[in-house]
Ligand binder design. Structure first.
Ligand code: C2E
Ligand code: MG
Ligand code: MG
Length: 277
């Protein structure tokens, strides 16, 4: 849209200047190697065993203040930089999986899920680049999962369905992230080639007392069961919430109750300790 607007009577208005402050300098952070990958364990609730990890981007600025990924990967960020983060995260996830697998650490089927933005899925380079990356590793394709936020997926439903179908054809598992807050319909969900849902932590936070959250989760669980989808709950902070989720039939979860996002070294130690428990 032009930044010069015309009033109703054809009167010319002064140019409008964008007053929003510039976003954080992600390009600089990438060039300096300041973007780290942390791993949050995904747990089987009944056994407390680690089944996978979610890779989360971390940026600690020069003054040691953490910049949130919600901020540095916001919709205002340049798509080329978001794509660079995506490449970095999937590359590191595959390298980390390779290390864990070759050291026999973790269960068979251990996976790492990586978050992808809609702008990455929309890029024609995304799929060929990911395929190329997967072809250079011994890690099975199914060990890499991709998470796309429900709200973002709904912004370009046809493209998302077609890209996820192509990903599924090469064996990549996709999950719908922050599920429940995007108001997607059952019809669209049944067309979407995802293998699982991650329940938005907004619903998990209130468990077990909040009856509205509990009924929403019960409904989501029924829907997921009918559509044969795996469910992972996010943001589990208390044993009571974990118990409530398990009672609703949710098998997997992640949250501070088990572990926060961990550095690669700490995640390895967690995996080893979990295997011994
Ligand atoms: P997400 O994918 O839903 O990730 C879960 C967020 O919840 C993470 O925030 C995690 O640190 C936080 N979390 C985990 N357990 C708990 C808990 O028990 N309680 C609470 N209150 N929070 C918990 P984080 O790391 O700040 O990431 C925020 C969002 O930024 C992510 O949400 C994801 O959408 C996005 N993001 C992070 N890394 C990447 C990335 O590499 N690529 C893309 N495209 N997006 C990313
Ligand atoms: Mg996620
Ligand atoms: Mg989420």
């Amino acid at each position: 849209m032009s930044d010069i607007e015309f009033g109703g009577g054809g009167r010319r208005l002064a140019p409008r200047h964008d007053t929003t402050p510039p976003g954080p300098d992600l390009g600089g952070a990438l060039a300096r190697g300041d973007i780290e990958t942390f791993y949050q364990p995904v747990i089987e609730l009944a056994s407390r065993a680690v089944v996978g990890f979610e890779a989360l981007a971390r940026w600690r600025g020069g003054d040691a203040v953490e910049v949130s990924p919600d901020e540095f990967l916001s919709a205002r960020q340049k798509p080329t930089l978001v794509a660079e983060i995506g490449r970095l995260m999937s590359q590191r996830a595959l390298e980390q999986l390779h290390q864990w697998r070759s050291a026999d650490q973790g269960p068979v089927g251990l996976y790492v899920s990586v978050n992808v933005s809609l702008s990455e899925l929309e890029s024609p380079q995304f799929l060929p680049e990911l395929e190329a990356r997967l072809s250079t590793t011994s890690v099975p394709v199914s060990a890499l999962r991709l998470e796309i936020i429900e709200r973002e997926a709904m912004r370009n439903p046809e493209l998302v369905i077609s890209q996820l179908n192509r990903l599924k054809a090469i064996g990549v598992v996709a999950l719908l992230d922050d599920f429940g807050s995007g108001h997607s319909s059952l019809a669209w969900l049944s067309q979407l080639p995802v293998q699982g849902l991650k329940i938005d932590q907004a619903f998990v936070r209130g468990l077990p007392e909040d009856t509205a959250s509990a009924s929403i989760i019960r409904a989501l669980m029924r829907m997921a069961f009918d559509l044969n989808l795996t469910v992972i709950a996010e943001g589990i902070e208390t044993a009571a919430a974990a118990d409530a989720l398990a009672a609703f039939g949710c098998r997997y979860g992640q949250g501070y109750l088990y572990a926060p996002p961990l550095s690669a070294e700490a995640a390895t130690a967690f995996l080893i300790a979990s295997a011994k428990a």
